[in-house]
Write a protein that binds this ligand. Structure first.
Ligand code: GLN
Length: 494
């Protein structure tokens, strides 16, 4: 007991835990006990978890402890990790934070979860999110909102809010989220941690509850670039079960971490930053640029992405359209919630969907169905797809000139709970800087980039397709010269 209390520090990053396992300072099982204790204590306030996997995690930690003892540990062996409750876990309920799936128990693991288990990671629980990953504040969960550990009156961002919060509050060093229009990067920024949306196709979507299939990607959260690289290494790669996963070989994501910034040029799309941004967020961003410049990077402020102003309407047509098709399967027959039998099959289905889905999900289904319906398809959906191609081409041209494009991750820091709940457009505007990367299929990384009024803000790095090693290299260089990522919220005073 004494050993656990004094030597195990939950604020350590995963690679430090891995060293301590190897040195025999503590075991994965000892770390897990301390993690679960702290998780239970904190979660009454923060609500980051939908379910906690006590016995499964204990078994996994015991197995990991033997692996360590036999000298066969790899970087994730025995590391506690949390997984967004949108990824299927075999024999463990996967709710998508929806009443519709509140009792759904998958028969198979998602590929990402299977890979984490095979790598010896210890999955401690399933994290809270906006229902079906639709939202930017985590207030649209059927299991109640998640609180931001920097200020519990504020949102943590969404939709992967629980995954960001549990890493930020130092319960676990790693977690998994999904990002369709910013759902990893925006909560990472609001909570002061790193979050990466990989290139579309880098990580398998098999077994992930689908929102908008041409935009969805799974990705990692961590507190430093080493840990992020190690986690990405485990989850990346071709999967025959996901035809959109890429066959491009997976590089060693840590190989360029120490390469520094010399020889790299970054583009700043100045036009994107002229309106709708909190001036203090803008100043924090400019400070970050100075750090990068002072350490060898070249900055090009002449990057143009003229069609980017159409990104928001394009996203909010394509994503709901795909969602309306993906969510058609929830009819109460094969999956999840079923209403009492009505007079007709149609009435039963109507009631099932009426009861099972929350307000934002219904709004998306309505928008999507409208955009896809005869007479409107060409005017809305088809047009949005054409503009998508234009946006993608503009990014390609810009990224011919520079190695990465930098912006703040969000136009403001975390807002107050309830502030945008009744104004969908205001809520959607939060995604201004994040959703273009999904539209163009590019990798995007948010790293802690300073504070505004005591709240963390993020620096976003968007790169060429499959340039994750470069993004991690930039993050590592920035983190060598800043200390933002080491700042922890004081959860005891909330
Ligand atoms: N906030 C965006 C939305 O509500 C993005 C969500 C996501 O990336 N899953 O659609």
């Amino acid at each position: 007991m004494a050993k656990m209390d004094t030597e195990i520090q939950l604020n350590q990053n995963a690679h430090i835990h891995a060293d301590n396992f190897r040195n025999g300072t503590y075991s994965p099982t000892e770390l897990l006990y301390k993690t679960l204790d702290y998780l239970e204590k904190l979660d009454t306030q923060l609500n980051a978890y939908i379910s906690v996997m006590h016995s499964e995690a204990t078994l996994a930690a015991e197995r990991a402890s033997s692996t360590v003892d036999s000298g066969e540990a790899t970087p994730l062996t025995g590391i506690p990790i949390a997984v967004k409750d949108l990824l299927n876990t075999k024999d463990w309920k996967t709710t998508a934070a929806s009443k519709m799936l509140s009792t759904y128990v998958p028969v198979e693991d998602s590929t990402v979860v299977a890979r984490l288990k095979a790598a010896g990671a210890v999955i401690v629980g399933k994290t809270n999110l906006d229902e079906f990953a639709m939202g930017s504040s985590n207030e649209f969960s059927a299991f109640g909102p998640v609180k931001n550990p920097w200020d519990i009156n504020r949102v943590p961002g969404g939709s992967s809010g629980g995954s960001a919060v549990t890493v930020a509050s130092r319960v676990v060093p790693l977690s998994i989220g999904t990002d369709t229009g910013g759902s990893i990067r925006q909560p990472a920024a609001f909570c002061g941690v790193l979050g990466l949306k990989p290139t579309y196709g880098r990580v398998s979507r098999f077994g992930v509850v689908a929102f908008a299939s041409s935009l969805d990607q799974v990705g990692p959260f961590a507190r430093d670039s080493y840990d992020l690289a190690n986690l990405l290494q485990v989850i990346s790669g071709y999967d025959p079960k996901d035809s959109t996963s890429s066959q491009i070989p997976v590089p060693n994501f840590s190989s360029q971490l120490m390469h520094g910034l010399d020889g790299l040029t970054f583009g700043i799309p100045t036009g994107m930053l002229s309106s709708g941004i909190d001036p203090l967020v803008r100043s924090a961003f400019e400070e970050s640029i100075k750090v990068l410049e002072a350490n060898g990077a070249r900055i090009n402020r002449d990057i143009r992405l003229p069609s980017i102003e159409a990104a928001l309407p394009v996203y909010y047509l394509i994503a709901p359209s795909e969602a309306s098709a993906n969510l058609a399967r929830y009819d109460g027959v094969k999956y999840g919630h079923s209403a009492e039998l009505g007079e007709s099959a149609e009435e039963t289905m109507f009631n099932t969907r009426g009861e099972g889905f929350g307000p934002e999900v219904k709004r998306r289904i309505l928008i999507g169905t409208y955009a896809l319906s005869a007479g409107y398809y060409d005017a809305f959906y088809l047009k949005a797809q054409k503009v998508r191609t234009v946006i993608r081409t503009e990014y390609e041209q810009a990224l011919d000139k520079v190695d990465a494009i930098l912006t703040p991750t969000t136009p403001t820091p975390a807002f107050e709970l309830g502030a945008k709940l009744n104004d969908p457009l205001e809520m959607y505007l939060n995604d201004l800087y994040t959703l273009p990367a999904n539209i163009a299929g590019l990798p995007g990384l948010s790293i802690p980039g300073g504070f505004v009024d005591g709240l963390p803000v993020g620096l976003q790095i968007v790169g060429r397709p499959f340039s994750e090693p470069t993004l991690l290299r930039i993050a590592n260089a920035y983190q060598t010269h800043t200390d933002w990522h080491n700042q922890a919220p004081d959860v005891s005073c909330n």
